[in-house]
Design a binder for this molecule. Structure first.
Ligand code: DAH
Length: 338
């Protein structure tokens, strides 16, 4: 039996395996049910008990060697195949790069920021959950002002709410910095309004603030004229209307002239040709005092605009809700726009 085992060993060793077919032949000849290894096991059953121990080891070793040879070649042939599949064809056309796009609100916000940056305004930001003092009291809102009402404001808890405007950031900047201050504060704001084509429960604003010696309304107008000219184009007509905000005195709203040439312009301007785009004014002395600014020496102006309204105007978007649906059919139209 020993000789039988040795013979099988050398036979298996010599067996040449270069292809899958040869590998299968090897398996059939040696390892399958009807193969030679099984014959050895059958013979082994008949061996007398004294020889079983030493022969058993030889039989086992044979089994291990045969199986090892099989799995080694099996792996080799497999990886050969993989390598062949991996060869690169450099003549194939490349995959086109899929371009993402910026959100139109980001595009417009960045354009506005860039214009004010060039005029020396730097960005400051504040929290979206704001306390009553920064959002209202410091900004000179009377205790019973309707804007404090539950209908407009989302309260988080007593005296804490989602900010209703970015004017709250003005307060924080004035508290923490010494004049001269020249800053813009873009950000998200929240109001408890019914969602429609023209209103949403959250939207975006950009606030501006300038505090220095001898700041006048003329400085405010010059800055805003410059902004309108750069953003909407040279020759865009502008008008200021007196208005009221608790935190500015005097206050104004600024309109730009769209005209009544198209139905869309008539609809947007309610037939007047004029569209309001921002609120502004000289920062009220009470606000300056609340924020620790020396009113003997300093004065300032502020303005605030809604980003959505300006983006709708710029890109002819008629429904505000489109900004928040993330529909790729809208977003794709802004590929490559920065
Ligand atoms: N905070 C105002 C609003 O939410 C906008 C505004 C008006 C901001 C006048 C100002 C300003 O800084 O001076 O409607």
């Amino acid at each position: 039996m020993k000789e039988q085992i040795e013979k099988l060993k050398s036979e298996a060793k010599k067996f040449e395996i270069k292809t899958k077919e040869q590998l299968e032949k090897f398996r059939l000849e040696f390892l399958s049910k009807k193969g030679k290894l099984n014959d050895v096991f059958e013979d082994f059953k008949k061996v007398n008990p004294e020889e079983k121990k030493s022969l058993g080891q030889l039989v086992n070793q044979l089994k291990i060697e045969l199986e090892e040879k099989f799995s080694r070649f099996n792996n080799e042939l497999d990886s050969d195949k993989k390598e062949k599949n991996n060869t690169l064809d450099f003549t194939l056309p490349g995959d086109a790069m899929v371009l993402g796009s910026r959100h139109p609100l980001s595009i417009v916000q960045n354009q506005i920021i860039s214009i004010f940056n060039r005029m020396g305004f730097i960005i400051s930001e504040g929290p979206e959950i704001e306390d009553d003092w920064h959002n209202f009291s410091a900004l000179n809102f009377p205790e019973n002002h309707p804007a404090r009402d539950m209908q407009d404001t989302f309260f988080v808890e007593k005296d804490m709410a989602l900010r209703t405007h970015t004017s709250s950031v003005q307060v924080r900047v004035m508290q923490n910095q010494k004049p001269p201050i020249r800053t813009i504060s873009p950000g998200r704001v929240y109001r408890n309004e019914a969602v429609s084509a023209r209103a949403n429960c959250f939207f975006h604003q950009l606030e501006g603030l300038y505090i220095n010696k001898n700041v006048s309304f003329a400085d405010l107008k010059l800055t805003l004229f410059q902004f309108v000219e750069e953003f909407f184009g040279k020759g865009t007509e502008v008008r200021f209307r007196p208005s009221y905000f608790p935190f500015t005195e005097p206050s104004a709203e600024m309109d730009i002239y769209l005209g009544t040439g198209s139905e869309e312009d008539i609809r947007l301007t309610k037939g007047t040709g004029w569209l309001e785009i921002l609120g502004c004014g000289m920062v009220d002395e009470n606000v300056l005092k609340n924020c620790g600014i020396d009113t003997e020496n300093y004065s300032g102006y502020a303005f605030g605009m809604g980003i959505e309204r300006i983006a709708m105007l710029k890109y002819g978007i008629k429904d505000l809700r489109l900004f928040f649906e993330n529909d790729v059919r809208l977003l794709k139209q802004f590929e490559g726009v920065f």
